[in-house]
Design a protein around this ligand. Sequence first.
Ligand code: UDP
Length: 350
Amino acid sequence: MEAPTILVTGGAGFIGSHTVVALAEAGYRPVVLDNFSNSQQDVLEGLRQILGYEVPCCVADCAHRSALFEAMEREQVRGVIHFAAFKAVGESVREPLRYYRNNLDALLTLVEVMLELGVHDLIFSSSCTVYGEPQQLPVTEASPILPAISPYGNTKQVGEEILRDVVRAGKPLRIISLRYFNPIGAHPSGLIGELPIGVPNNLVPYITQTAAGLRPELVIFGDDYATPDGTCIRDYIHVMDLAEAHVAALRSLERLSALASYYDVFNIGTGQGASVLDVVRAFEDACGLSLPYCIGPRRPGDVAAVYADATKAREQLGWTAHRTLHQALADAWRWEQRLQHLTGSRAKCQ
Ligand code: UDP
């Protein structure tokens, strides 16, 4: 039997590229669709080296209806994993219209084209930001959804609502939204990983760039939270575990193929909370380095603690995270070192 073709929108991005690897390893035929607005063509070379062949790639914007239609028809797509979206929280606050236009246009166009072509299975990348500051930990899928703090977070909430409503209306789609906790790490080969543009917002790229000497020190955003060591707690998940969750979700949709319409959401996290200081110590331990850091003020919008109850994904998708925080940090460090090697001495940014 021919390998089923899965379209991966945003497949050159951080989570997308790792999901391409997981799909190929699971016997699918991934096809990337990416406009390279926030990713680089080098990713395709990394994928080629990992997989041993060239992954088909369509350079197009997901909101470009005719390009999307043609790509999906030509490649005989059986299912879609939708990553293509802008994702910088701070930028979304400054440029809300650009975020709503981009993220919602892409999603709406994709769903319409899927319906036109009779493609039924869709995995949507959502986020634990929908839970805001949770009242109870760990958070289950039944935890209340709080009003989004940023336009970015709102595009995820609205995206989930759009998909739920389309399924409620009886449209022939089977959809799973995955609510990601904090993806970190890189493929263990060191050939693909995260490519933050400019100063990284996220903790782990900031740590690896500091360890590489690109930044003088990590600033820990607050140590006066109501947590055991005063620093914020998150659920850091290895990006390959997260990538494999998409394969598990696709398989689950295939098992549900007797249903004409289906919608559900799943938390994708490890179920373990780690504080910022835990991550710093784990990094030092995993990489045999000492990391310069200082304590700075709280970052506006940060919640004290959030981590997943991932029982539903284990029970219904048969998926669970199995890589450790140490592994994720060692892989992130291997990737950072490769980036340094590739780019020589990257221009130091202030
Ligand atoms: N953080 C930090 N210094 C940094 C970047 C992040 O102390 O330079 C903290 C941040 O306050 C949060 C945690 O690291 O508690 C994870 O932040 P990140 O931006 O990676 O993910 P978020 O959970 O905010 O989406």
